[in-house]
Design a protein around this ligand. Structure first.
Ligand SMILES: [Zn+2]
Length: 316
């Protein structure tokens, strides 16, 4: 196996790095996504930086991004990227880079990072849930990444948990993401504050500081409103994940993404609700774990792992 370049395009940052033949990251860098008005400009900038900053070469490229459709080799309708509705990302990067490119959805990249570099190396059936603006899922079942008929498997964020619930970007009502994504968590906090009799630590925050991590922090200090919000979020996550466990006998679910930085309170409460819903004979087996991977580079590792797995991801 030769050196490989991994590129992880996110709504906020683009991380990229080179992994050597021993599987070690020997070069990393990152850019702000919003600095680029087009993916063409981004590809050219990455190429320029690599040629000026490192002597490491690479023979293959893995590229992870949100809303990637492996079949069409495009980013489709990504809500957090302002580069158009359909972005033929592989074609665009192929015009700048000569080595072959493997593309992958970011949640699937998170699952492959866990499988190749994290704590899922000995697990056959596990999932990674990515918690941030959106809620994504990557699953390996019996050792194989689950892509689905149209390569769109893993949209747990759009699992409807409440009939006639909150309006979602996707056009449906009551999707998990509208309650457990970052905007959803803040909305729940605002709703609960409106009906509380004051006295919450959240009232002392300016609107821009009312973030999921601040809400989890306040809950850790026993702020009653924050505890209610956190319990509601963890309930909804646990409920949605219990379906996954019951349908597919998933043994471990890893938490990653910005909101996973909330730490053990999120893990513990979500696991409690998850276990309350799963079948009794799966209850003792299933567990929820925090990723142990460094989140600033795990997307790079996942994109690189996609190169290794690409023969298993052939689309017919
Ligand atoms: Zn939705």
């Amino acid at each position: 196996m030769s050196n490989r370049l991994g590129i992880d395009i996110g709504g906020t940052n683009v991380a990229f790095g080179i992994v050597n033949t021993e599987g070690e990251l020997v070069y990393t860098n990152s850019l702000s996504t919003k600095d680029f008005s087009s993916p063409e400009d981004l590809a050219k900038k990455i190429a320029t930086i690599l040629s000026s900053e490192t002597k490491e070469t690479f023979e293959e490229i893995g590229l992870g991004a949100p809303s990637v459709n492996v079949a069409s080799e495009s980013i489709e309708h990504a809500p957090n990227l302002n580069w158009g509705e359909i972005i033929p990302i592989k074609e665009i990067f192929s015009k700048v880079f000569t080595p072959p490119i493997t593309i992958i959805n970011d949640a699937n990249a998170a699952a492959l990072a866990e499988k190749h570099y994290g704590e899922a190396q000995d697990l056959s059936s596990f999932s990674v849930i990515t918690l941030g603006t959106g809620v994504g899922l990557g699953t390996c079942l019996n050792g194989q990444l689950v892509l689905g008929a149209s390569c769109l498997a893993g949209e747990i964020g759009h699992f409807v948990i409440r009939r006639a619930g909150r309006e979602c970007n996707c056009g449906n009502l009551g999707c998990l993401e509208t309650y457990a994504g970052s905007d959803g968590i803040v909305t729940t906090a605002k709703e609960k504050l409106e009906f509380s009799s004051g006295g919450s630590a959240l009232n002392n925050l300016t609107p821009s500081n009312l973030t999921p991590l601040e809400i989890f922090n306040a809950a850790r200090k026993d702020d009653p409103v924050s505890l209610e919000v956190v319990d509601a979020v963890c309930h909804d996550l646990g409920y949605a994940l219990s379906g996954l466990v019951n349908f597919m006998d998933i043994e471990t679910i890893f938490l990653t993404g910005g909101i996973a930085n909330a730490g053990n309170i999120l893990r513990r409460k979500t696991e409690k609700h998850l276990k309350s819903y799963v079948l009794p004979n799966l209850r003792s087996r299933v567990s929820l774990k925090m990723t142990t991977l460094d989140q600033s580079t795990s997307g790079i590792l996942g994109a690189v792992a996609a190169i290794t797995e690409k023969s298993k991801m052939t689309i017919n």
